[in-house]
Design a protein around this ligand. Structure first.
Ligand code: PLP
Length: 399
């Protein structure tokens, strides 16, 4: 291969590719934070964030990554000793529940491994809670480790079918702006998001949406601390109170640009549709590579349970690890490690990888990843079925 020149491509599930126009929008000196256009821009961004999540209720911005967002959620949901049903469909769902547990919440973990949540089992677990101790069900919409996508509306329906008063909290960090998400229509009480995935921004903003019921829960949650409490942030007029201190000014400029791109220019539904088309092209390639007993396989068998922003897959015999190294060194493409598929010290860790296809992605980026992956498989002698790149091209052409 010729040496790596040209633009590199970080095809991991966050941080994602930041559009040049977003970088440019952020490339400004810090404004007067007490008055002027930054205040108007912030309020416009808050409105846009509500539109993005499909809610007319409440939203708050924290300066944190996704893990900080988890804690923001937990502190506003619970008092010490409260109980929750944690639904696990991969490492992230389990870790969110474990984080709550470490903060004093009693967790009943319903772990589906690396497959989608079964609403019938959630309903059964809630029916078994005859004393109605479970306050919240926590769910990951798309688990970035397994690439499982859960049917959020079906989980809500299972709570209702059990006649249980539990509220529903959803981690949409990996799916926000990529996969269909309708907070109010689907009866979600709380959503956690972050800036560095489908929102195409640098890490640094954690986002929290709350229903009226969730806000009521926040008023009595004794885990809340001065910074993480949502109460001063919601409906606050004073700009610094919205942010619990110095506002993240450059991130706000970037967020305003991103929301314009998604909500005004492309349109939210078309943004979701683009992610579906590109994801299907990737899945089609993997199906072709997996033919003939190569052992290459997508983690999620059921296409209806796959996230459209990230794809986790197996390339056995250490193939995934070798391929990742080849792509980075020879082709300037960085793929994600196989997080949570095996412990990092186990040799089979090298059998898994993930491709991030969230946010600022298009057909040529996806075809570039698939084409260079195929080149790497050839160069490394990794067994694979033929015709994957052509199959992906046909999938795109038919979309
Ligand atoms: C990335 C991610 C997180 C963690 O976010 P960080 O910014 O890495 O702390 C949590 N949940 C999901 C679903 C994610 O994709």
């Amino acid at each position: 291969m010729p040496p790596v020149t040209g633009r590199t491509y970080l095809a991991i599930p966050g941080p994602s590719v930041i559009p040049e126009r977003v970088l440019n929008a952020m490339h400004r000196v810090s404004p007067n934070i007490y008055q002027g256009d930054i205040i108007d821009i912030t309020h416009r961004a808050l409105d846009g964030l509500k539109q993005l999540a499909g809610t007319r209720h409440h939203v708050a911005i924290y300066i944190a990554n996704g893990h900080g967002g988890w804690e923001a959620a937990i502190t506003n949901m619970f008092s010490r000793g409260d109980k929750a049903l944690g639904v696990g469909t991969g490492l992230f769902g389990v870790n969110w529940a474990r984080t709550a547990q470490s903060m004093g919440v009693e967790i009943e973990l319903l772990d589906f491994g690396r497959t989608a949540a079964d609403p019938a089992r959630i309903e059964a677990a809630l029916r078994a809670d005859t004393e109605r101790k479970i306050k919240w069900v926590t769910l990951t919409q798309v688990d970035t480790a397994s690439s499982v996508r859960n049917d959020v509306a079906a989980v809500r329906a299972s709570i209702d079918a059990a006649g249980h008063p539990a509220l529903l909290a959803v981690d949409a960090i990996a799916s926000l702006g990529c996969d269909e998400l309708r907070m109010d229509d689907w009866g979600i009480d709380l959503i956690v998001g972050a800036s560095q995935k489908g929102l195409m921004l640098p890490p640094g903003l954690a986002l929290l949406w709350l229903s009226d019921k969730a806000l009521e829960a926040a008023r009595i949650a004794d885990l809340a601390t001065p910074y993480w409490s949502v109460l001063p942030r919601i409906g606050a007029d004073e700009y610094w109170r919205l942010f619990g201190g110095t506002p993240p000014t450059q991130h706000i400029y970037g967020l305003d640009e991103v929301l314009k791109m998604i909500l005004v220019e492309e349109g939210l539904e078309d943004t979701w549709a683009r992610h579906r088309v590109l994801a299907r092209a990737i899945w089609t390639a993997f199906d072709a590579w997996g033919a003939g007993g190569s052992g290459i396989a997508l983690n999620v068998r059921d296409p209806g349970a796959r996230g459209h922003s990230v794809t986790a897959a197996t390339i056995p015999g250490g193939g995934a690890g070798r391929l990742r190294a080849w792509l980075e060194q020879e082709a300037g493409v960085t793929l994600g490690i196989g997080l949570g598929m095996a412990m990092s010290h186990e040799p089979q860790y090298a059998d898994y990888l993930r491709i991030g296809h969230m946010g600022h992605v298009n057909a040529h980026m996806v075809m570039g990843v698939l084409g260079t992956m195929e080149a790497g498989m050839c160069a490394l002698g990794i067994p694979h079925g033929a015709g994957a790149v052509e199959a992906a091209a046909r999938a795109l052409s038919a979309a």
